[in-house]
Design a binder for this molecule. Structure first.
Ligand SMILES: C[S@@+](CC[C@H](N)C(=O)[O-])C[C@H]1O[C@@H](n2cnc3c(N)ncnc32)[C@H](O)[C@@H]1O
Length: 223
């Protein structure tokens, strides 16, 4: 294993804002993020497939009254965002190293108020369909952990994957869909907060247009 990667794993092992297998809270955090991690009752926003966690950190700077959790399976990537959040003393940030297909083990029904999915692997081949993060088996998870009416955002450079998601989300019952194939030239541009992830910057530089959609979990918020 490369030394730098090993170093980042060591950083994660001692970072207070990283929850991963073998560390405290990994087995007990479900349904208890407010009490055990954030010590507040603020809404929880997830960034799935977060990589270095640009949205997790960027939104946490902008919205101190929300809690942000980046989720990714790759520890060396989340270490980057974790270290930035620690340096900036962002107490409203956490990173969870886990496979997204097991989200139910970490979040109780309705525990999450908003989800961002940023530049996930498009899994283009037919036989990879069930691995797409907008396949119904993942939407079933999101619908469960999101509160009724909770927002779901997707950004991707990949047009076929985006078109696939435009079909699966409404078919699964997500409502109030708005979208654009050209985010930066769209009236929706403000919605993405001007944050560019690593992959976004890379694909944009290669000439790909950035697709964005937003929709809501079915149901309405209890008042
Ligand atoms: C193309 S990268 C995008 C990273 C970042 N969002 C960005 O835009 O720069 C896709 C990320 O998804 C993560 N990933 C893919 N499948 C996953 C899964 N099932 N559970 C957790 N993370 C996953 C990978 O580890 C990788 O960091």
């Amino acid at each position: 294993m490369k030394r730098r990667k090993q170093y980042r794993f060591t950083q994660n092992a001692i970072a207070q804002n990283v929850i991963e297998n073998g560390k405290p809270l990994y087995d007990t955090i479900k349904g208890q993020w407010h009490q055990l991690k954030f010590n507040n009752n603020n809404p929880i926003v997830l960034e799935l497939a977060c990589g270095k966690g640009e949205y997790t950190v960027g939104l946490a700077q902008e919205y101190p009254d929300f809690n942000f959790i980046g989720v990714d399976i790759k520890g060396d990537r989340i270490a980057r965002g974790s270290q930035i959040a620690l340096q900036q003393e962002l107490h409203n940030v956490a990173f969870l190293r886990a496979d997204i297909q097991y989200l139910r083990e970490f979040f109780a029904p309705g525990e999450v108020s908003e989800i961002w999915v940023t530049f996930p692997d498009p899994q283009p081949r037919d036989k990879q369909e069930k691995h797409r993060l907008t396949h119904p088996r993942f939407l079933d998870l999101y619908a469960e952990i999101l509160q009724p009416g909770g927002l779901f955002h997707l950004k991707t450079d990949n047009a076929p994957f985006f078109d696939y998601s435009l079909e699966t989300l409404p078919a699964f019952g997500f409502t109030d869909l708005i979208y654009t194939h050209h985010l930066y030239d769209s009236p929706l541009n403000d919605i993405h907060h001007g944050i560019k992830t690593k992959y976004e910057a890379m694909f944009f530089a290669q000439g790909f247009s950035i697709n964005y959609l937003q929709c809501k979990n079915k149901g309405t918020l209890a008042r």
